[in-house]
Design a protein around this ligand. Structure first.
Ligand code: NDP
Length: 453
């Protein structure tokens, strides 16, 4: 049987574009890709990239304050949201152009259209065209979801934050995950009065307890009004134009804006997937095996639509492993173990491996931890603390987890992640000479465990 293409990719985000480019560019496969919205997907258009640029923008007032403490005559000045936003979107346009060009330059045919799966080898585009392919790759990503609270249509999500006409005077952020905590820091830095509600006992559930505790303490110190064990009961438009929020802690307050960061769901609705035999799991995630193959042998899925580890570099890895498996004849399972990650809170958290809580359940461990006021901000008169922590297996001496809360923790954990991934022991860390004076040197100078468990 002949097909129009060897591969049809649905979704032009980081994972889909990488798979399409490598399949076409490195194996000579005939590849097409359909994207209904903007090329670059969540990461480039409404996630990691614009978020990180907003993180940078939000850090300047604190830097100006620090500069004054270091003897500079430095006014903080005022933030021009309009000017920043124009530049931000010009940058996103530039990046989208790069993504389109990557496809073009590798000979991938792209369709600016929505695609649905019709059968194991056919997709139908919103233009009405039908295309056949030997393999179909689902890479549709995910989207923010609101939990069903009365009045929630008044709330924005992370998708909307980059398009606000003006920054609100006050905002309530609901949620305690990556997105809620990152935007609480960003907006606080930009001068918005930020309140955050989280329903659980501590933000950033799943991460190391001590690390979460320090991030939350520092967020509160920096001015974020964080309420734990608190949820929104209902919301309505107030006569003043604001949003009146009834909370589970018995309070009722009006905010200029409310943002829900209550999780994301896979974009698998109305794609014809179950009709052709692709199996879906909880929240509509596409179920795949270790090679990213779905229940239909010719259909594969990668990235957030599979809801495995929802991070851009993981989607890219999954895309490359798919090409390796299907187009290079080298079956390659995706390695989801020991993935380093950073949460761009202020201060940042960088983490790889097991939390202390998870490691305790696996066997005896030693915990090494140092929390201190770093030189730079201490000199400026700040009480801000940072934390370096290692979880070590008492038997093998292997470092099972590394958790860093500090400015630049994302950069640090990328490098520490290599050692942890290689299976480094505590003694390997110890015999590495410290780089002095840095914050990260603590990671190789912690002599005695703070506790054993
Ligand atoms: P998360 O799943 O991380 O967090 C969702 C938050 O919303 C949790 O705190 C959750 O509480 C809370 N929540 C869920 N349902 C309700 C409800 N009904 N009422 C009140 N609160 C609720 O999702 P995010 O949207 O923050 O991020 C999605 C994913 O995107 C992340 O998991 C991550 O993989 C990725 N991401 C990565 C980034 C990075 O690498 N720096 C940055 C941003 C996103 P509870 O904990 O109790 O369940």
């Amino acid at each position: 049987m002949t097909f129009d293409y060897d591969l049809f990719v649905i979704g032009g985000g980081s994972g889909g574009v990488r798979a399409a480019r490598v399949a076409a560019g490195e194996t000579g496969a005939k590849v097409a890709l359909a994207e209904e919205d903007r090329y670059g997907g969540t990461c480039v258009i409404r996630g990691c990239v614009p978020k990180k640029l907003m993180v940078f923008a939000s850090e300047f007032p604190a830097m100006a304050e620090e500069a004054r403490a270091y003897g500079w005559d430095m006014p903080t000045g005022a933030f021009d949201w309009g000017g920043f936003k124009t530049k931000l979107h010009a940058e996103l346009d530039r990046l989208e152009g790069i993504y389109r060009n990557i496809l073009k330059n590798n000979g991938v045919e792209s369709f600016d259209a929505r695609a649905r799966v019709l059968d194991a080898h056919t997709v139908e585009l919103s233009t009405g065209e039908r295309k056949t392919a030997k393999h179909i790759l689902l890479a549709m990503g995910g989207r923010p979801v609101k939990p069903g609270i009365p009045g929630e249509e008044l709330a924005i999500t992370s998708n909307d934050i980059f398009h606000l006409d003006k920054l609100p005077g006050s905002i309530l952020i609901l949620g305690g995950g990556y997105i809620a905590c990152e935007f609480a820091g960003v907006l606080n830095g930009l001068g918005v009065a930020v309140t955050q509600f989280y329903r659980g006992a501590q933000i950033l559930r799943g991460f190391d307890g001590e690390a979460r505790g320090l991030v939350s303490e520092e967020m509160i110190q920096s001015g974020i009004d964080l309420h734990l064990g608190t949820n929104i009961l209902s919301m309505e438009r107030d006569a003043s134009g604001g949003i009146r929020v009834k909370a589970s802690n018995g309070t009722e307050r009006v905010f200029d804006q409310v943002m829900f960061a209550t999780g994301r769901v896979p974009n698998s609705d109305d794609m014809g997937l179950q009709e052709v035999g692709v199996k879906l799991g909880r929240n509509g995630k596409v179920l795949v095996d270790e090679y990213s193959q779905t229940a239909v042998p010719s259909v594969y899925a990668i990235g957030d639509v599979t809801d495995r580890v929802n991070l851009t570099p993981v989607a890219i890895r999954e895309g490359m492993a798919f090409v390796e498996t299907v187009f290079k004849g080298n079956p390659t399972p995706v390695d989801h173990d020991l993935i380093p990650t950073a949460i761009f809170t202020q201060p940042e958290m960088g983490t790889v491996g097991m939390s202390e809580e998870d490691a305790r359940d696996q066997g005896p461990i030693e915990v090494y931890c140092s929390s201190f006021r770093p030189m730079r901000s201490l000199f400026a008169g700040s009480d801000a603390r940072v934390m370096m922590k290692l979880i070590v297996c008492a038997e093998t001496r292997k470092v099972l987890g590394c958790h860093i809360v500090a400015p630049g923790a994302g950069e640090m954990i990328q490098l520490a992640g290599i050692a942890v991934k290689m299976g480094a022991t505590k003694e390997d860390f110890d015999r590495t000479v410290a780089v002095h004076p840095t914050m990260a040197e603590e990671i190789v100078t912690m002599k005695a465990p703070v506790r054993r468990a």
